[in-house]
Design a protein around this ligand. Sequence first.
Ligand SMILES: C[S@@+](CC[C@H](N)C(=O)[O-])C[C@H]1O[C@@H](n2cnc3c(N)ncnc32)[C@H](O)[C@@H]1O
Length: 349
Amino acid sequence: MENPEQIHQRRIRYRGTHPASFEAKYKEQQPDKYPETIEKVMKKGDTPAGMHRSICVKEILEILQIKPGQTGLDATLGYGGHTIEMLKCLDQKGHLYAIDTDPIELPHTQERLAKLGYDAKILTTQNMNFSDIDQLVAKSGLFDFVLADLGVSSMQIDNPKRGFSYKTDGPLDLRMNPEMGMPASYRLKAMSQAEIEGMLIENADEPHAKEIAKAIILEYQKGNSISTTSQLQKIIVEALKFIPPAIRDEETKKACQRSFQALRIDVNHELDALYTFLEKLPKVLAKGGRIAILSFHSGEDRLVKKAFKYYHKEGIYQEIAMDLIRPSLEEQNSNSRARSAKLRWAIKA
Ligand SMILES: C[S@@+](CC[C@H](N)C(=O)[O-])C[C@H]1O[C@@H](n2cnc3c(N)ncnc32)[C@H](O)[C@@H]1O
């Protein structure tokens, strides 16, 4: 006789052409095994799950002018894309230090780089915040070149367990280093309405900051918690129902993106870390040392521009970028995450 459990087993529902969850994107996470899947995703201007596409690679290498035998720092290792390109320029001579504050992604990148043959002779990787760059220089010596590619990696955004995105539900966390600080849900609960509004304006120029802050506080007053990414998204959607229907969807989507960005910057103290890094940079660069910084929103770019200008005026940088460098139109079209990228450089006197 047939097993009754088998008879009544429900057929697995077809979920459409796109994988429903991060875990389901198994093909995209095995680029060696499924190159055609990776190619298809990239052709659409998207980034395959578990991968990060490096931005402005050609422009950055032109700025840094890396030569074999030099010592350099990748202050934001991420997936290791820029690191690999810089290592190629060193041609097994010299040394590259590569750091990242994220203890979750770092071991995966370390493994990937080791498989490519980059061992301790040429590469040192370390889990650290770039605001502590002066501690590293004690063992590395001064740097001939430094790169910082700010913000988050695609791997961080795509992993719902880390709470960086509302596209798939997850805990409202948003920490690049979950071993430090407090998750976004705790941070939000600790803020007043005025503080939330200020955070949304300062970190993301959010035009609907007032309405969103009011709706968040109202939710707490009702006795509800905001502990997941979709709970916060729902509150923002509800708060912006007053927007005319013709533009509401687009405007709400942007407000959600900006609000999550603002909260992420707050939770990770991103502007503080960048400020400290910019302040310490002149002391860790060798004479003629070159620095390239890739930022993704106006708050970051303003800080970079101001610091470079200040140290240039002081004679500490001999030359700085006069104009902002943007990714080529071709790159912006082929990688949606490149559209907001802003690149600046400086050279130590
Ligand atoms: C845009 S990704 C870098 C991608 C990388 N350039 C590549 O080609 O794969 C930014 C990385 O910087 C890290 N990061 C952000 N702020 C940091 C900080 N203050 N100190 C160190 N790492 C940081 C993030 O954890 C993330 O992995």
